[in-house]
Design a binder for this molecule. Sequence first.
Ligand code: E4P
Length: 223
Amino acid sequence: MRLFLDTANIEEIRTIKRWGVLSGITTNPSLIRKENLGADLVWKEILAEVDGDVSLETTEPEAGAMYEQGRVLASYGSNAVVKVPMTPAGLEAGKRLVQDGIRINVTLVFSPAQAILAAEIGAYIVSPFIGRIDDGAADGMHALRQICEIYDIQAYETEVLAASLRHPMHVVDAALAGADIATLPFEVFEKLVKHPLTDAGLKKFDADWNELQQQLSGKKEGA
Ligand code: E4P
């Protein structure tokens, strides 16, 4: 399962990139807004920083304008993936973009039925929003498992990207469900790497190592 970072913040991207586990980026209009900079500037900086896929989201509501915007976004870099929403206009614009050879990510997907539509237009990626399904007192992981199973049975080539992940167990369960990609916020990456037994183990190793050095230097002085 490839790991993407769900952010538009360049410092967060550089940090996770240094860890060697970053395969791509997902952005959305809310994440771009947080940066308080022009969207084009932010997108282009991210596309240049990251080798892997970077999803850039369309904002035009009508199919024609969304298609035109998608073509512009795709021209920003060979690693650009154009996000279209799961709406009739998103499907129409998305299908045209796919026919032009542009890779699309169908976003705001909340059900297996919607995921079937995304696969049928030849999307490169489908993004079910697990955490937001949970927020509505439904089972996001159950929806993800169904989508992965349907895609397997139907041999759809669209990659399943588990989105709106809120904690490490979401990531583990997405991997068990067979998701191709998981996108997570910076804070979840930080939680993934942490374990209290790692910290405790490291503290003990450090203490033993330092004690050994002291013993050895004491021996040297005594000799
Ligand atoms: C994915 O592409 C979305 O940007 C993201 O995962 C949404 O997550 P949220 O529900 O935490 O906003």
